[in-house]
Design a protein around this ligand. Structure first.
Ligand code: NDP
Length: 346
């Protein structure tokens, strides 16, 4: 059995959506009510891959909302309680979606293996970041040429280059895709230099300097809502892959030749009988999902019950190859620009 741990994108959205699902006490509750709410197993689901293999899964809402990010102890408790519930339900492999994997890493939850009388078994959980990184790389490789960008001649900026997903994307783009130049963007200098040394290349730039040079930009950082981008300074054409969470780039950039694509989203080959992706406001909620969620499903289809994506900056090209092949085999394709066909060949 696979599991997905998620959360609503805001308190406002959480209240209206959960009311519709029949959770009236949460639907009417304020932030304090949500802070004390235990995780909820919202939905069970059955999924069949193209080969006819059937797997069972469950969606657990951690009842965390981003407004709680500044409440360190609450955020930690929300993630650990949701993990405990997943383990108690006997779920073999559970993906930590949205902010839950970031909370796990940033708040060092590895030190909190004991939740009441449960000892969390880490091998039952995955961040899903390997699949997310692979999907974002494929989205770039598929969509850049379709808008006239030749990646061999292109400069590609990775915003959040030193992060878990960003560093994996940089490894893939420099060793596999072979872009002309990688522009590495993050705030801290030392990790940027370490990454540059590991890659044996790439240019470290500030965001302001990178954007006017970049033919394609991969966003894998949660950017502040106040960020402003001067669209008139971007190259034409320019592909922006919005892999961060929440996805808010399309409201910040627009103009001729600028294409924004939601990053790290996959589509299953047929409808799944669930309602959870309506909560995430997917355009096709019965087929589309976050790539990190899909990693949990893929690992279950492959009987790979292990914490496949775990810790920071451990994602290897070999792991990306494995999850990419398994993704295609099990019926997933990348989300592409609107005028693109879904491509299922890795
Ligand atoms: P990490 O915390 O490992 O990395 C974040 C990166 O962003 C670091 O390089 C960090 O470096 C950089 N960063 C943070 N803030 C800024 C800023 N203001 N300006 C420039 N760089 C910044 O995160 P992950 O790699 O795990 O996740 C990255 C993003 O992807 C998140 O937004 C996450 O929610 C999203 N995600 C999407 C998924 C999907 O399925 N679509 C799945 C999982 C995650 P520094 O601190 O030095 O600036």
């Amino acid at each position: 059995m696979f599991g997905l741990i998620g959360h609503p994108t805001s308190l406002k959205e959480a209240r209206s959506k959960l009311k519709k699902l029949g959770y009236d006490h949460l639907g009417e509750g304020d932030l304090d009510v949500w802070c004390s709410a235990p995780p909820q197993l919202i939905e069970k689901v059955q999924v069949v891959n193209p080969q006819g293999k059937v797997i069972q899964g469950a969606y657990i809402d951690s009842c965390f909302v981003p407004e709680m990010l500044s409440r360190f102890k609450t955020a930690r408790r929300k993630v650990l309680n949701a993990m405990e519930l997943a383990q108690k339900k006997g779920i073999n492999i559970t993906a930590l979606g949205g902010f839950t994997s970031i909370i796990f890493e940033n708040f060092n939850l590895l030190k909190h293996q004991h939740v009441r009388n449960t000892t969390l078994q880490w091998e039952r959980f995955t961040t899903g970041n390997t699949h997310t990184a692979w999907v974002i790389c494929r989205q770039l490789e598929i969509n850049a040429p379709s808008i006239g960008i030749d990646l061999k001649k292109a400069k590609v900026a990775v915003i959040g280059a030193t992060g878990d997903i960003g560093s994996a994307v940089c490894r893939w783009l420099s060793k596999r895709t072979g872009v002309r130049e990688l522009l590495l963007v993050a705030r801290q200098e030392k990790p940027l230099q370490d990454l540059q040394n590991e890659l044996g290349g790439g240019r470290i730039l500030s965001l302001e300097c990178a954007l006017p040079e970049a033919d394609a930009v991969i966003w894998v950082a949660s950017m502040p809502r106040t960020l402003e981008i001067d669209s008139s300074k971007l190259p034409n054409p320019c592909l922006m892959i919005d892999g961060g969470y929440p996805k808010n780039l399309d409201g910040k950039v627009s103009g001729e030749g600028i294409h924004v694509l939601e990053g790290g989203i996959v589509e299953f080959f047929k409808d799944i009988n669930w309602s959870i992706m309506e909560l995430a406001e997917m355009e096709k909620p019965y087929r589309q999902m976050f790539a990190c969620f899909a990693e949990g499903m893929i690992l279950e289809f492959e009987n790979c019950h292990t914490n496949f994506s775990w810790g920071r900056n451990n994602i290897t090209l070999e792991k990306m190859d494995f999850i990419g092949k398994a993704s295609v085999k099990n019926g997933f394709s990348t989300l592409n620009l609107k005028n693109q066909l879904q491509v299922t060949v890795a």
